[in-house]
Ligand binder design. Sequence first.
Ligand code: DHB
Ligand code: FE
Length: 280
Amino acid sequence: MARITAGVATSHVPAIGAAIDNGRAGDPYWRPVFSGYEFSKQWLAAAKPDVVLLVYNDHATAFSLDIVPTFAIGCAPDFPPADEGWGPRPVPRVEGHPELAAHVTQSVIQQDFDLTIINKMDVDHGLTVPLSLMCGQPERWPVRVIPLAVNVVLYPPPSGRRCYELGKAIRRAVESFDDDLDVQIWGTGGMSHQLQGPRAGLINQEWDNRWLDRLIDDPETVSRIPHIEYVREAGSEGIELVMWLVMRGALDPRVRVTHRFYHVPASNTAVGHLILENDG
Ligand code: DHB
Ligand code: FE
């Protein structure tokens, strides 16, 4: 059977993608950001998962504001990098896993979650920047990816609780797939940042780090944090953190912290990164 072997969480700042693509990763501003992913790249290369279920948000790129699904799953064989205004990032096409995606879709919908089925989609920085951070610049991504898009752009986003429960449903779905696959689940976005309005530039390092502590040790409580606390404490785009709860819900109640990293500044965002493994 397929198994979820680990969870990864990381921010997805678009300027990180630009720094990689333009050969600026060694600049004094960026070096400390990328240093937090050196271990992770080696860890992922050694872990060699077959599939990553990558929970991310589209930033009005593939979904215009005409149609905004709350949860959407990518069932296509591949997903081209999106043109976000400066041309598509020079990164490989993302190869999907249509068979597992179809199974997860059926299982999760039958567990009473509404997933929108996406058979054709371009993927923006929300998905490609985490891949670049974890995999570097290969000619072909070393893992198949099932995109799972969560609406955190247009009010109202799903609650943290619903995201956490979706993670549990995804775990049951993966564990009922017959093929022997090593599957990781990644939650992306966050941490504190606000890109708009009078509080643009907001970062809350104390809240972020306490939230990380509690996500690791007390996810049940974190899953009950209301939207208003994310917006008040972590800024309007801090709400992206609910996507990390999908990842956390798919893991055991107790997890081992294989890697933890936090860094400010990176563009307008506090960069957070975790690798978690099941511990019973
Ligand atoms: C930034 C962060 C984001 O999450 C995003 O989607 C766009 C920009 C930033 O820090 O600049
Ligand atoms: Fe974002």
